[in-house]
Design a protein around this ligand. Structure first.
Ligand code: NDP
Length: 239
């Protein structure tokens, strides 16, 4: 039986590439997204089911995981990918900008992990991969909220890795650098050219580059890689 993998925020961007790569690797993939139209369009493009719920809300995650488990099977691989930005310098940041990013980028990781962890422990198998960011690893002006969440998920993952280690559960992060998504393509061409010049490999990461790292960490035989953060950033920041 194919292992069931859930990818949050999976209907577009990096999440879509992860969903497709996991499907190609033989998993029974269920994407999640908040946007009904995006979810439908994604399923038409890929043939992968996409269930809609808000990952920032605990009860929605509980109901979403229960629906996946009833209709598809127990969640064995969880990819926490959904994320948002609400950028601004701290001296101008509204509490709403702070809260929104905390809820979608950080609370979501608790909400989803909490609802799959008991099952994973009972079955003695689980793979959890959370998408962090180079800006969580190195910090980024204008992103105190975003950098805080992306650093926090790394600490969270190390702690949960310690809890799950003896139960066959690995917990890791992938920290992408500038990745060729709609968000990055919206940057003015001359500004983007300047950004790419700062990347040692002189190109953006592709969404497939990020997906490849996730598939690697999700594999059954990646059983001793846990509490790690895999940087996929073109060398822009080396730990
Ligand atoms: P996108 O904005 O392209 O995709 C994110 C997806 O998550 C969207 O489909 C979005 O839905 C969905 N989403 C947003 N909020 C929720 C929610 N509350 N519940 C469920 N789904 C939700 O982002 P990217 O593909 O660019 O980024 C994916 C991840 O990678 C994020 O965690 C991001 O922080 C991280 N990352 C991205 C980088 C980049 O260069 N792009 C670099 C480093 C990290 P909707 O259609 O409504 O927006």
């Amino acid at each position: 039986m194919a292992r069931v993998a859930v990818v949050t925020g999976g209907a577009r961007g990096i999440g879509e590439a992860i969903s497709v790569a996991l499907k190609d690797a033989g998993y029974s993939v269920v994407a999640n997204d908040i946007n009904e139209d995006a979810a439908k369009a994604f399923t038409e493009r890929t043939g992968i089911p996409c269930y809609t719920w808000d990952v920032s809300d605990f009860e929605s995650c509980k109901a979403g995981v229960a629906k996946v488990e009833a209709e598809i099977g127990p969640v064995e691989v969880l990819v926490n990918n959904a994320g948002i930005t609400r950028d601004g310098f701290l001296h101008k940041m509204a509490p709403e900008q702070w809260d929104a990013v905390m809820k979608v980028n950080l609370y979501s990781v608790f909400n989803m992990c909490r609802n799959v962890m008991e099952g994973m422990r009972a079955r003695q198998f689980g793979r959890i991969v959370t998408i962090s960011s180079v800006n969580g690893v190195k910090g980024q002006a204008g992103q105190t909220n975003y950098s805080a969440t992306k650093a926090a998920v790394i600490g969270f993952s190390k702690a949960l890795a310690a809890e799950g280690a003896a139960k066959g559960i690995t917990v890791n992060c992938v920290a992408p650098g500038y990745t060729d998504t709609e968000m990055v393509r919206a940057i003015a061409p001359d500004v983007l050219k300047g950004i790419v010049e700062t990347v040692p490999v002189k190109k953006l990461c592709s969404v497939q580059d990020i997906a490849r790292a996730v598939v690697f960490l999700a594999a059954d035989d990646a059983s001793t890689i846990t509490g790690a953060t895999v940087n996929v950033n073109g060398g822009i920041y080396m730990q």
